[in-house]
Ligand binder design. Structure first.
Ligand SMILES: [Zn+2]
Length: 163
């Protein structure tokens, strides 16, 4: 099945200007749902882009309608540029991913109302979340890399203060 065909299994619904991405078929956990489109790669994020590398933010076509959830049902794998089912998904479900799994520092932070027991409340990017929270989620390599760098910098600064 080509990625274009697979894209046809997704539909965008709009209600009061609020967009959602809904699947027209069921998926098994781990199944690739579609390729991630990459259009117009830029250095700075905006409210529609997905971060795919340290200084790489891309528009993702139809996938821009994906909303955030702290209990997501899909993963955006920026290494292989695919969207994958994080658990079994039923036909007609809205698809969500965990924004900090791709975003280090978001252009337009917001308050999350997902209602999950593990809700992070403020969605602003991975750099603002404690490790204990991030550890529970799938994280893309660029996020892991920047997280380690931040920790190392913090440790170095602490050493400077102590010496
Ligand atoms: Zn939430």
């Amino acid at each position: 099945m080509s990625s274009t065909t697979m894209m046809e299994t997704l539909s965008i619904k709009t209600e009061n200007k609020f967009r959602t991405l809904v699947t027209k078929r069921a998926y098994k956990q781990g199944e690739v749902i579609c390729a991630m489109p990459s259009e117009d790669v830029r250095e700075k994020p905006n409210r529609f882009t997905v971060q795919i590398g340290r200084d790489k933010h891309t528009h993702v076509g139809k996938l821009a309608a994906l909303n955030h959830s702290c209990d997501p049902n899909v993963i955006l794998d920026t290494e292989n540029m695919v969207m994958v089912a994080a658990r079994d998904i039923e036909k007609g479900e809205e698809l969500f991913f965990f924004y900090p799994s791709t975003e280090w520092q978001m252009d337009a932070p917001f308050i999350c109302l997902c209602g999950s027991a593990n809700c992070i409340n403020v969605v602003a990017g991975a750099r603002f979340l404690p490790l204990s929270t991030l550890e529970r989620h799938y994280l893309n390599p660029h996020i892991r890399e920047m997280m380690i760098e931040l920790l190392n910098n913090t440790q170095n600064n602490l050493k400077k203060i102590k010496s």
